[in-house]
Ligand binder design. Structure first.
Ligand code: ARG
Length: 456
């Protein structure tokens, strides 16, 4: 059989190495080492001069990496790679002291937390950007009316701005979930060493403070064994992606030629290689696909943890694959969605057309009307069901059904049903309960959110 040359060959070393993906922890790893070595010098665990030398080297290395002047050469993982670099510059007699009173176990747990401490605020900012674009679009097309759906069946009329801004609420909670996650992971594992702590007289409060953590973690076994913070983080990403995927699905449906309620902005749809008339919503479809990937990462992360005994196990090395993937895909999807929403075109005519086709979605209004005349809702519901069947068998809309027909079904119907129940704008305005779709409720809601999001 011929060998598949397209598949990269995996060596024994490739198999165990995490360098290809944990190299992005380089700056967090250096920061962690600087705090650790400063503490070692302060506590005279290693000579002060030597600790100062190591810190200086680490700082120079960080500056070179940031400036793009230095590429760390691959090693088993980023921790060994940085240590190798320090030893190359200072010799093993000094550089070799970097790992005093520390293990890669507490080091890697600290590095990931440090990474997420700067990553989460960026994700939150991307969420806010999308929320801002949703609120701005809702304000710009504030009074467009569309049919709202349950079970994807026309249900009741709503303001388009009310429908779209639903996602602002979902995203607001997503943002809060990231904040909660950040609060809980803001503790330092550094100093737990392999898992049992250390016989050196270290100062964990000092390193925690230097690294900007609220406190050191109070239990050394927990510090190296736990990854529930990663589960929480990926879970926050997965829930956000589920929301983005639903929004993508709504827009895919609404931009189809059958609906035509919205049109994709320039640059966010692509043609078909065979059918010249097509405008495919590929970007939205990929957001939907990426949601599947992030859910996969959450499943992988939970599965990775469920069977491992205390304390550290090498399985945990692969947590980073899922943390980074979830973070990257969520971030990219938020950014793409924000651009799509900002450039989205709203086609009011198509919305009105859909509502003109038939007006059976106003049936609830007729039932509510009868309730206003003292009829129990259950009875009103069956009266109106008969009205709808009558209209449908005659092939007319509710507004075209003659008043005598209404009176046949119930004497409680008055001539005012045509204006009170069957006029869409009046129906919309009547939904004035707190949080409802009336223009005055929606306006209040949108202005409040706009103010909050623009920091006013
Ligand atoms: N690359 C490893 C990881 O990401 C570092 C920790 C290795 N520790 C060990 N005891 N082998 O988890």
């Amino acid at each position: 059989m011929k060998k598949n040359t397209a598949r990269p060959a995996a060596t024994r070393n490739d198999f165990i190495s995490s360098f290809s993906y944990d190299k992005r922890l380089a700056l967090s790893d250096i920061k962690c080492s600087i705090a650790h070595v400063e503490m070692l010098g302060r506590k005279k665990i290693i000579p002060r001069g030597e600790s100062a030398g190591i810190v200086k080297t680490l700082k120079a290395l960080a500056a070179e990496i940031t400036a793009g002047l230095k590429r760390i050469s691959p090693s088993e993982d980023i921790h060994y790679a940085i240590e190798k670099e320090v030893i190359a510059r200072l010799g093993e007699n000094i550089g070799g002291k970097l790992r005093t009173a520390r293990s890669r176990n507490d080091q890697v747990a600290t590095d990931i937390r440090l990474y997420l401490k700067s990553d989460i605020p960026e994700l939150k900012e991307s969420i806010r950007k999308l929320r801002r674009s949703i609120i701005k679009k809702s304000l710009a097309d504030f009074d467009a009316v569309m049919p709202g759906y349950t079970h994807l069946q026309e249900a009741q009329p709503v303001l388009f701005s009310h429908y779209l801004s639903t996602y602002n609420e979902m995203l607001k909670r997503d943002e809060a979930r990231f904040s909660d996650c950040l609060d809980r992971l803001n503790e330092s594992p550094l100093g737990a060493a392999a898992f049992a702590g250390t016989s050196f007289d270290i100062d964990r409060n000092f390193t925690a403070r230097l690294l900007g953590f609220a406190r050191p973690m109070p239990h050394s076994v927990d510090a190296v064994s736990s990854r529930d913070f990663a589960c929480e983080f990926i879970s926050a990403c997965a829930i956000t992606m589920v929301h983005l995927s639903r929004l993508a699905e709504d827009l895919i449906i609404f931009s189809s030629s059958e609906f035509g309620f919205v049109s994709m902005p320039q640059g966010y749809s692509s043609g078909s290689s065979i059918m010249p008339q097509k405008k495919n919503p590929d970007w939205l479809e990929l957001i939907r696909a990426k949601a599947a990937g992030v859910i996969g990462s959450l499943t992988a992360m939970l599965s990775l943890l469920k069977g491992i005994p205390l304390s550290y196990n090498r399985d945990m090395q692969e947590d980073k694959i899922h943390i980074f993937r979830a973070s990257d895909e969520t971030r990219a999807s938020l950014e793409v969605m924000a651009s799509i929403i900002s450039g989205l075109e709203i086609n009011r005519d198509r919305m009105s057309e859909a509502m003109r086709r038939d007006d059976y979605f106003l049936a609830t209004e007729l039932a509510d009307y009868l309730v206003g005349k003292g009829i129990p809702f259950k009875t009103a519901h069956s009266i109106v069901s008969r009205v709808v069947s009558e209209a449908s068998s005659r092939g007319v809309k509710l507004s075209e059904l003659g008043f005598e027909q209404y009176r046949k079904m119930s004497k409680a119907f008055g001539r005012d049903i045509y204006t009170k129940c069957l006029d869409i704008n009046r129906v919309i305005s009547s939904k004035n309960s707190y949080g409802g779709t009336s223009p005055s409720q929606v306006k209040k809601y949108l202005s409040r959110e706009f103010k909050m999001l623009s920091g006013k």
